[in-house]
Design a protein around this ligand. Sequence first.
Ligand code: HEC
Length: 205
Amino acid sequence: MSQHDDKRRRLLGRLSRQFAYTAPVLALVAGGAALQATAGNTSTEAGFAPVSEAALLLASSNAVAEGEAEGEAEAGSSAEVRRPDGYTPDYSETDENPQELLARGEELYYDTSLSTNGLSCASCHGSDGDDVGYKATFEQPFPHQVAMASSQFGMPEVHADEMVQVCMVAPMAAEPLEWGGEKLTSLAAYMVEVQKRFAGEPHDL
Ligand code: HEC
């Protein structure tokens, strides 16, 4: 037990030194674990702890591997999270999006199978409209600056679909979603509405 705790503490220490943004992430992951534990469901209780451990390990090994390979502050390649040349998305950041798209986006937001570490978007960003884990910059309409995208991927500002890809690749430790596919399109459309809700504006959620 104490050996396990030690390992975890070292991991947490290394992670928070490497990325300023991991501090809130780790707090959120830990908060998630606590929530799961109080839910009193023995199967999730048993299942969640190893999962968040795995998330930490993955994040840590990525950070180390990429930091060593590139020898610079940027941890990821922006090529896989940036809109491809000539790309036109199937959702709008300025007009309304169809309700089916938003409903599908919401469903995916809770889907742990999108990640390789047992997390869903809602594990970090909250459920039922909590909208946690976002910084004040999220109050501006897309595209806008996001600290994690600029520090890790060198992107001065991001569209909603690019930010979904950043979170897929970094905190979700997964492959980016297919550009123009229904998953990315619905999640991005959903995030546009979450952005409005976060900013206290009228929204369709
Ligand atoms: C392990 C925690 C974690 C998970 C899981 C996660 N995110 Fe994030 N997300 C963050 C952090 C940290 C930020 C960065 C906030 C910043 O730098 O401003 C962020 C930022 C964002 C933003 C940008 C907000 C803005 O300011 O524009 C969006 C959009 C977003 N996440 C969507 C998602 C989606 C969609 C998923 C699931 C596919 C997801 N996130 C999964 C931690 C997470």
